[in-house]
Design a protein around this ligand. Structure first.
Ligand SMILES: [Zn+2]
Length: 298
């Protein structure tokens, strides 16, 4: 188990082993914090026929089927992209209505629950209202605000986060076997798995280039259009901007607290709109954000 999830895992495992786990659980937290890993570990424990010290044994028939991805009582939505349509939820519902083939429980994992269409969410509500016996559903979401309030209220909600920053940073250092740039240390605190993924790909380099662009824009007379051009369409943009505004900017310029607060508010609105505006409007929104950043920091 990932070290920062151990505490939560033990809590959930205790409930599961005392048969006090509710039928539906919602795990929320940042992308890259490990929600799905935690959910999978819990479901593995529920399926195991002879758990040992809060862990699945790994050797019983049920564990072997699960490890071979052949467990008929384990349903896992694996589609990584796009909306989750009503057909997926109907499939889940009929899975729950069938009899458990291994004679134990039936468990299901629905990651990215915020991607459910309205029809899908309504179909799921029916299952949540009348949960079948011996069934457990775990939903995960990094944007629970996009879920129907009625879905949230019918699940037991477990917020997942890193509670020991140093532990997460040490884990990242150990996993990556290379120096970790400052901004990734910060990311490790909120999303260690994502930080590791960045380190192991081109994204860490890309992020460092963006940071340099932003620093030069703030400190020198760089043209905003040039910076927008360099920044937009980069997958790492939001994370880099977030770190830059929260951490780096106050170190670079003397930024009154009030101005910093205004900027953070402005950034939050930009993040919210980022998902909704398209094309040319995206460029305009980014330009406006950078101009605001420059205005408040000079
Ligand atoms: Zn087992």
């Amino acid at each position: 188990m990932l070290p920062w999830l151990e505490h939560r895992y033990q809590q959930l495992a205790s409930l599961a082993l005392r048969a006090e786990l509710p039928h539906a659980i919602l795990l929320t937290g940042n992308t890259g914090v490990g929600k799905d890993q935690l959910a999978e570990a819990l479901l593995a424990l529920l399926l195991c026929q002879q758990p040992q010290q809060h862990q699945p044994c790994g050797t019983c028939k049920s564990c072997r089927l699960r490890l071979a991805s052949h467990h008929a009582d384990y349903w896992h939505q694996t589609e990584a992209e796009g909306r989750i349509g009503v057909d997926v939820i109907r499939h889940l519902t009929s899975f729950f209505q069938s009899r458990a083939q291994q004679g134990g429980v039936r468990v299901a994992l629905l990651p990215h629950a915020e991607r459910m269409s309205e029809a899908a969410a309504n179909a799921l509500l029916k299952t949540l209202e009348e949960p079948p016996q011996q069934s457990f559903l775990v939903l995960t979401s990094h944007q629970p605000a996009m879920l129907l309030p009625t879905i949230i209220s019918r699940c037991q909600h477990w917020p997942i986060s890193v509670n020991d920053a140093e532990q997460a940073a040490a884990w990242l250092q150990q996993q990556s076997q290379q120096p970790v740039p400052d901004f990734l240390h910060d990311m490790a605190v909120s999303a260690p798995l994502q930080a590791l993924q960045w380190l192991q790909s081109e994204q860490a380099l890309e992020a460092q280039e963006l940071l340099m662009q932003l620093e030069q824009f703030v400190l020198k007379q760089h043209d905003v259009q040039t910076v927008v051009k360099a920044l937009e369409k980069k997958s790492v943009l939001t994370v880099v901007l977030s770190w830059f505004i929260r951490q780096r900017l106050p170190e670079l310029v003397s930024l009154p607290q009030q101005a910093h607060w205004q900027l953070l508010q402005y950034f939050q609105r930009w993040c919210r709109d980022e998902h909704q505006v398209l094309g040319q409007n995206k460029t305009l929104a980014l330009t406006a954000l950078l101009l605001e950043l420059k205005r408040l920091s000079t």
